[in-house]
Design a protein around this ligand. Sequence first.
Ligand SMILES: [Zn+2]
Length: 495
Amino acid sequence: MNIANLKILQQDRLPTKKRMDERPHWIVILPYPFETSNPGKIPYASVLIKRREQSGRQEADSEPLTTDLPNAIGSRVTYACLGSGLEAFKLLTLARKLVAVHYQHKANDIGIAISGFDTVETERIAEAIISAACAAYAEMPGYKSKKDKPLVLKKLELYGLKTRHGFKRALAEANGNAMARYLSMLPSNKLTPSDYLKHVRKLAKEYRWKLEFYDIAALKRKKAGAFLAVVQGSPTQDAGIVRLQYQPGTTSRRGKVVLVGKGICYDTGGTNLKPANHMFGMHEDMQGSAVALGTFMALTRLKVNFPVECWLALAMNHIGPKAYKPNDVITALDGTTIEIVHTDAEGRMVLADTLAMASKTKPKLLIDYATLTGACIYSLGTAYSGVFTNKDEYIPTLIEAGKDSGERVWPFPMDEDYDKALQSKIADIKQCSLESGSDHIHAARFLQRFVKGGVPWIHIDLSSSNRKGGLAHIPTDTTGFGIRYTLNLLLDKKI
Ligand SMILES: [Zn+2]
């Protein structure tokens, strides 16, 4: 990880002219309108404002500019002039663009100067820039025989704000997100379920998590027929369900949070084989599990004062003579009989038994993450993810956490009458329907059956797991969407 040794220095005061002349890379944020807030305290502010006006900009906006300062080294500055209260998504998008210029110029030390905002707003802006810098410099997998030397971000020096927390949460979140993206980008021959388990075992040692692994033999004993139906076609029988536990040092009155993730390391579609254009990229069908794991890692780093568990359903969806087929009827762990309709709807199968097992541990809140349905992408595109819950009263908070974190979600209905499409003549329920376009809702209705004991449950269908050119502060197509959202939900909204 190329942000592992990053130093974030903070200064209350603004940089002197001498400091600005010494450093080759700067990000400057000025307020708009200029008159009311005296940005002149930042050296060269008048130069920046003048050049901005020359480029034809009149109002506050969130489009960045780049210029070189008239000093001996021609310091490169990216800057923007903001009004107060820019929404989080726009602020993070701006931050990604401000950082990108310095990344392209191989900067390993960037100065950040923010002037003219109150402390809360200054911190919000600084957090966005720091998060974007960490996201840009995080190392991602690459197998080119001629490799560029990886770019390391050594130092960010923030002027205009000194916090006590030192941006601990932004760093925990950035590390979680970087790991989730890294794992998701690994080709499936480099990240089989057993490779994945090895990686998780290493982390469990490092973070002192309790780890249990339910392998195929254990799942057979538990009669987890929904999970086992998917994995029966795999030549290597290395699939299974991981359970990780974090216990806080202190006791808290807040109940346990359980995170569950879909970890299909490759999804061929199975017997209902995907066409080439839909199969390409399916090594990322484990991103839900990576997001659950990244969130779990961030919460552990922050030493949260409530217990957390992370459950990962790790498997491949293969074709082959033993693979499950449409019209098969299988029995899930909880005794529900399921008529298979389409073998590419494997995510809800592995999640069904995992949710049944996880909800039996009686959490206060259960959240699952899955790259689950094409229907969610057709409904929302890739800029938002879909959210579902069995607690209607959560819905305003779920939307708000998206707005405030900049990882935006939109809720879908989960009314009972959607179940009509899942009625089966031969079993308790159909796995999915071939007829209707609301598969994301059917999938959520299917999953809620396996959440036991009235446990409050949130299901995130990750339609924004991959977006060309990145999303918000994330510059890679693979976004790791969900970690920042969940931290907002749990730590700020305290849901
Ligand atoms: Zn699938």
